[in-house]
Design a protein around this ligand. Structure first.
Ligand SMILES: [Zn+2]
Length: 103
């Protein structure tokens, strides 16, 4: 459906902001972030989220650390200084937009 495609594109931006926000508070990993986003009503698959995390790491918005958790390697991501600059700007814009459209 065309509307769904457009919404997905919009939500991708929101999802990036969620990731930067949470990874700034504490290191996050994929399945934790999936649950978080689902709690906000986004139906996103790991096949969509994981490449986003990977790209954000390549863009130096996130810093990756691998930790051994019960014999399994888990990738943890933390927001970098650059990611934080982006988050602050995105937050400003999101708030500005929210104020305008909320009613
Ligand atoms: Zn969130």
């Amino acid at each position: 459906m065309e509307e769904e495609k457009i919404l997905r594109k919009l939500f991708l931006g929101f999802i990036h902001i969620h990731i930067l926000h949470h990874a700034k508070e504490h290191p996050i990993y994929g399945s934790w972030m999936l649950e978080e986003l689902r709690g906000h009503g986004y139906s996103i698959s790991s096949g969509t989220l994981y490449p986003i995390l990977h790209n954000m790491e390549e863009e130096a918005l996130l810093y990756k650390e691998e930790k051994n958790v019960g014999g399994k390697i888990r990738k943890y991501y933390t927001t970098t200084e650059k990611g934080n600059v982006v988050l602050i700007e995105a937050r400003k814009k999101a708030y500005e937009l929210f104020k305008e459209i909320k009613d």
